[in-house]
Design a protein around this ligand. Structure first.
Ligand code: SF4
Length: 698
């Protein structure tokens, strides 16, 4: 009952890219209850994370004062107790902490040049905060060594989308599935990772829509699927090219669409000749008659969509995987109409918005190249002329960590990211952070990354913030503060502004709406989307007029590429970087679970979620457990060429007999100690989804 609460505030769920709208009920200065409300992406629905994952914001581990590493602190490492920080840090005033944070970074800039400092921003922050962060690195240090977790998520999907359709965002909202009659869901597990989007997928099948699930791990949506293709890990390209081969061989493609809207079809057609279902069966493990049925069903659909996730993107051939999906949609003309489209389901709540805002090393806001003189002129028009700013693309997340390890990057500003847990080969990343001469971390908890910091700046959770976020559907929504940050913690945008000022930048923002106003000057995607409108509306970009709620489906009349044509880019089969062998005979894949979010810093401090899923665990097929002489609930040791962890084993028939699935949320058994840092050459995304591993009873 609303009488039970002091206030109710509308905001957006802080977890996944679905972007569910929530009402936050506050009593005595604390959020007590969260309810789903009628946003365009959720229509009142919430999953267990959105409903119960809120009390972390009041957890006793919240950082409430700036901290500075003690002169007599032990060597940098994960050896800090979040409940007893004073062994390593001392409390400081904001004045002292900001002076030290800015002073250390500017000393490095002076002694070694701006490129000695790099920044990781956050997909958990608002659009305005992401924009300010990339501007600070670019303007303050004159280069482009700024990135965020999109690099670990959909960077390869974005690389393929920009290359072939001219835009990195989805071509249709996930709600468009209500107008589709066929949908492919590949390399993602929406029931756990995008649960509210999954409700729309279930409604689609209830109406008779044909759902085709493709995943090396059998997953919950299988129960709703018309066809399930449990293909061999890493064999995506062979399977997808075989589907496309059938479409070509049986003449099922849409020649009219291809002629009107695409280029390079002849090369694609020629390339696909060798990928017969029979030839690919041995690689992908899918029977030719199933491949043929999927090809005919997809190509014969009146309208069809493709959804994908990190099972597609987190491979050294992640860009090739997405190229195949794009080609499949283009050759069948399944783009640009209601119920058609390409939709990489975004992970973090604002990874779409943070990427749009330029928090990436190769693009300024709106995915415009830092190497393009005309783009730089546009930016100068708003930021002021700055010929010293490098016109070369910067380093990506894992490249920055490697350069820190090598001693070339000497200082970092990390806002709201936890690479000491999320980077592949995490021990290597942790050693790199320990080597930094000056690390400034801005966060709400002492994350594993903050353990290595010289200065820690206490920041705000999403439910304490004002600003905008953009979800997987390109929908821009307002977030509003329901409660104030604890103690002396501040909103992230305000901390970044003060740091910039102390680094000598002439920044005069006094309100977050001014930042949004400046973003509109450099981002055409925000045309017709105003701060005023966002007070009462969610607007999908592009919005064609002040009254247009936005375009759910784009590219009906051509693509934002030269000549208006999308491109077919043929993809060859590339084996995973690390083949299983006698020492490491099985395959490890990583991912999320329904209850825990990414590195666990928020959800493991949420009482209900932590109670539901309290322990680090991995999943193995029951036959594999028997072969190992292990009972469900026993501990096993997982070892790869990077390291070992011990973790509780669960029996799970969804996992193939030669595989182990490991969630990456648990610091006590951190999956990323094991993962392979080999990169996709285009998106620079690591191969999280395939590592050769040995599994032993402990
Ligand atoms: Fe939050 Fe995603 Fe769940 Fe919606 S589906 S409540 S955005 S975690």
């Amino acid at each position: 009952d609303s009488a039970d609460f002091d206030s109710e505030t509308e905001s957006v769920c802080p977890f996944c890219g679905v972007g569910c709208k929530v009402s936050l009920k506050v009593k005595d200065g604390k959020v007590k209850y969260v309810e789903g409300i009628n946003g365009p992406a959720n229509e009142g629905r919430l999953c267990v994370k959105g409903r119960f994952g809120f009390d972390y914001i009041h957890h006793e581990h919240r950082l409430t004062k700036p901290l500075i590493r003690r002169d007599d602190a032990p060597a940098k490492g994960l050896n800090v107790d979040p409940g007893n920080l004073m062994t390593h840090f001392r409390e400081a005033t904001w004045e002292e902490a900001m002076e030290k944070a800015a002073g250390g970074l500017s000393k490095l800039r002076q002694a070694h040049g701006g490129a000695s400092v790099a920044g990781f921003g956050s997909a958990k922050c608002t659009n305005e905060e992401a924009y300010l962060f990339q501007k600070l690195i670019r303007q303050g240090f004159k280069h482009n060594n700024v990135d965020h977790c999109t690099r670990l998520c959909h960077a390869s999907s974005v690389a393929a989308l920009i290359e072939n359709v001219g835009s990195g965002a989805v071509t249709a909202t996930f709600n468009e599935i209500e107008n589709a009659d066929v949908a492919i869901v590949i390399g993602c597990n929406p029931l756990e990772n995008h649960p509210v989007a999954a409700t729309y997928f279930k409604q689609f099948t209830k109406r008779g829509g044909k759902l085709i699930v493709m995943d090396p791990r059998a997953q919950g949506l299988k129960r709703f699927a018309y066809q399930t293709l449990q293909f061999r890990p890493g064999a995506d390209v062979s399977m997808l090219n075989a589907i496309c081969n059938v479409i070509v061989e049986e003449g099922l493609y849409d020649q009219q669409y291809i002629d009107a809207y695409t280029e390079n079809w002849d090369a694609e057609k020629e390339h696909l000749k060798d990928f017969t279902p029979e030839a690919m069966e041995e690689i992908c493990g899918i029977k030719p008659d199933v491949i043929r049925d999927v090809a005919r069903t997809f190509a014969g659909a009146k309208s069809a969509m493709i959804f994908w996730g990190m099972g597609v993107s987190q491979h050294i051939h992640g860009t090739d995987n997405s190229r195949c999906l794009i080609s499949l949609a283009l050759m069948t003309g399944q783009v640009g109409r209601p119920g058609t489209g390409l939709h990489p389901l975004r992970g973090q709540n604002n990874v779409q918005g943070a990427s749009d805002a330029g928090l990436i090393p190769m693009f300024v806001p709106d995915y415009r190249s830092v190497e393009d003189d005309a783009v730089r002129e546009d930016i100068f028009g708003v930021w002021g002329r700055d010929e010293d700013w490098s016109n070369k693309r910067g380093l990506t997340v894992t490249e920055i960590v490697d350069q820190a390890y090598a001693g070339n990057v000497k200082g970092m500003y990390i806002l709201g990211e936890n690479p000491a847990m999320s980077d592949p080969d995490a021990e290597h990343a942790r050693e790199a952070f320990a080597k930094l001469e000056h690390l400034v971390v801005q966060d709400i908890f002492l994350t594993e990354t903050a353990c290595f910091a010289d200065v820690i700046l206490p920041a705000s959770a999403l439910y304490e913030k004002n600003g905008t976020v953009s979800n997987t559907n390109r929908q821009v929504q307002r977030v509003r503060p329901a409660v104030t940050p604890p103690g002396e913690a501040r909103e992230d945008w305000a901390i970044t502004v003060e740091l910039a000022q102390r680094l000598g930048l002439d920044w005069g923002y006094t309100d977050v709406s001014q930042v949004f106003g400046e973003m509109k000057k450099v981002m055409k995607s925000l045309n017709n989307i105003t701060w005023e409108r966002l007070k009462t509306e969610t607007v999908t970009y592009p919005s064609l007029s002040p009254e247009d709620p936005g375009q759910a489906v784009v590219f009906g009349d051509g693509f934002p590429r030269a000549g208006g044509r999308a491109r077919f880019t043929p993809a060859a089969v590339i084996a995973p970087d690390e083949a299983p062998d006698a020492d490491y005979p099985m395959i490890m894949t990583t991912g999320r679970q329904l209850e825990h979010w990414h590195t666990g810093s928020m959800t493991r401090r949420s009482k209900v979620l932590d109670a539901v899923e309290p322990e680090a665990n991995c999943s193995l097929h029951p036959k594999t457990l028997r072969r190992l002489g292990v009972q469900p609930g026993d501990m096993v040791r997982l070892s790869t060429r990077r390291g070992s962890i011990e973790i509780m084993a669960r029996a799970d028939r969804a996992v193939a007999e030669d595989m182990v699935f490991v969630p990456f949320a648990y610091v006590e058994a951190a999956a990323n100690i094991l993962t392979n840092p080999a990169l996709d050459p285009y998106g620079k995304i690591p191969e999280f989804k395939f590592s050769a591993v040995r599994v032993e009873a402990v």
